[in-house]
Ligand binder design. Structure first.
Ligand code: ADP
Ligand code: MG
Ligand code: ZN
Length: 474
């Protein structure tokens, strides 16, 4: 039986504010030593009261606008109660009843075409601290306590790991260009909800949730593993699937059960009476809209001006890693349009052949620009360039050394090309005769023989031109 994969994401993003969400301690990028940025409020001293950071609201609204959400003009905070040493108040301030943004949508461009992912809601909340384990002791670092987060919750609309990674890359590039978050490793963390169902079925299967993932590469691996586990369970009854929370182990590449999923009741949510409702009036909303950066659009425009096609632009804008590779390679002196083709056509093709997605591309701008420059300067032809690219994409070889080793960089002068063509014409009298008798196909055979003789050296277009001239003048 064929199964369909169903995924919904809850993504936590640390906001780039100067201070924490409910006190004046330095925000996400401030701390140096453990517990540098801590005050009585964010370390949970009794009697301290939270004071809302206005900037958090503005960044959350900006994120909502970028994701085509409705903005709730009346938004409130709730307490989520649980006990853990990294949570000094024994509750987290979050939003459950009136989240700030709802009903959004983001369009992804993937190799399967265009896909809409619905955003259920975005809410604001505070982060927890960090436990640091050392020998038999554990320590707690409150620097991260009360750092502002937004959590973006999607509907279960993803159908593949590729879509998930495309979405995360899109969020990352939007949030960076919008000044919402730098989204560096660890500042963007996902809970991945997965289920499978028989193809064509409308009903959802039992879901499991893989908690707290921050590397996109690990997310992709975790999804593949977990989907297979679900399918095996349904197909071969290897185990019974239960709704639960799991963790992904990077070393074994497997997921392990952590606990049965908590229900809402387990957290005894109730409104936080210490914080007033926030009213976002039209004037404030207009101000936020006006200051919303258009950086993503500007970038698309710059790519368009450089001659990159709309289809390629869609792939680049949705994918921070690819657009950075392009930008860095261009900064090293390569032509933007060519470079886009090398990345989105050639690299993607090589990966596809190996059963991988473009998101798994690990080529550096240094290596890519080295290949492009060897081709542009005529040191090797484009076919040879592709051969080098395959070796770089698959085995991360050094492109220049690889060319030398494989003899691809043979400098070839025109007289060698000419004498080789003469030799081929001399040795293939039948093909030459056929060509003279009007069999134009024979030219292709002669050209192939020349290319073979030259072993990939020389520019194919030039070789073809010389060959055709010689044949016409025979
Ligand atoms: P809960 O309140 O139990 O956390 P939510 O309705 O908030 O549940 O959903 C949490 C996440 O799980 C959302 O991103 C949602 O899209 C996703 N999700 C819900 N049902 C499924 C399912 N059957 N398969 C995959 N993901 C799901
Ligand atoms: Mg939830
Ligand atoms: Zn503080």
């Amino acid at each position: 039986m064929n199964y369909e994969l169903v995924i919904g994401l809850e993504t936590h993003v640390e906001l780039s504010t100067e201070s924490k969400i409910f006190c004046s301690c330095g925000g996400h990028s401030s701390p140096k030593e453990p517990n540098d940025c801590v005050c009585p409020a964010c370390s949970g001293m009794p009697g301290m009261l939270p004071v809302m950071n206005k900037r958090v609201v503005e960044l959350a609204v900006t994120a909502g606008l970028m994701l085509n959400c409705d903005i709730n003009k009346y938004t409130t905070f709730d307490k989520k109660n649980y006990y853990y040493p990294d949570l000094p108040c024994a509750y987290q301030i979050t939003q459950i009843n009136n989240p700030i943004c709802v009903n959004g949508c983001v369009t992804l461009k993937t190799s399967q075409g265009s896909r809409d992912i619905r955003i259920k809601q975005i809410h604001m909340e505070e982060d927890a601290g960090k436990l640091v384990h050392s020998g038999k002791s554990s320590f707690v670092d409150f620097n991260r306590t009360s750092v502002p987060l937004i959590e973006i919750v999607t509907q279960p609309d993803f159908r593949s790991a590729e879509e998930v990674v495309t979405y995360l890359n899109k969020l990352k590039s939007m949030f960076r260009s919008g000044g919402i978050s730098e989204c560096e490793e660890g500042a963007m963390r996902c809970d991945v909800n997965i289920s499978v169902r028989p193809e064509g079925s409308e009903e959802f299967g039992v879901r499991t949730e893989i908690k707290n993932m921050s590397s996109f590469e690990a997310i992709e691996r975790a999804i593949r593993y977990e989907a297979q586990r679900h399918m095996d369970a349904l197909e071969f009854e290897t185990e019974e699937l239960v709704q639960e929370t799991r963790r992904f182990d990077d070393v074994s590449g497997k997921t392990f059960a952590m606990r049965n999923k908590e229900t809402e009741a387990d957290y005894r949510y109730f409104p936080d009476a210490n914080l007033m409702p926030i009213i976002i009036d039209d004037e404030w909303l207009e101000q936020i809209k006006a200051s919303k950066p258009e950086a993503v659009d500007e970038k698309a425009e710059a790519y368009r001006e450089a001659g990159i096609s709309d289809k390629e632009i869609d792939m680049l804008i949705g994918n921070h890693q690819l657009s950075k590779l392009l930008d860095d390679t261009v900064a090293m002196g390569c032509n933007p349009k060519d470079t886009a083709a090398w990345i989105l056509t050639d690299c993607a093709g090589i990966l596809r052949k190996d059963g991988k997605s473009i998101n798994e591309l690990t080529v550096t701008a240094e290596k890519l620009s080295a290949i492009i420059k060897m081709v542009d300067s005529g040191k090797i032809n484009r076919n040879a360039g592709k051969k080098v690219l395959i070796a770089v994409v698959e085995d991360d070889v050094d492109p220049v050394a690889y060319c030398k080793e494989k003899g691809l960089d043979r400098k070839i002068d025109l007289s060698t090309v000419e004498s080789t063509i003469d030799k081929v014409i001399g040795e293939n009298s039948q093909a030459v005769e056929d060509y003279k008798n009007g069999k134009l196909k024979a030219m292709q055979a002669l050209f192939g023989a020349c290319m073979k003789e030259l072993r990939g050296a020389g520019d194919p277009a030039v070789i073809k031109e010389i060959l055709e001239n010689k044949m016409k003048n025979l």
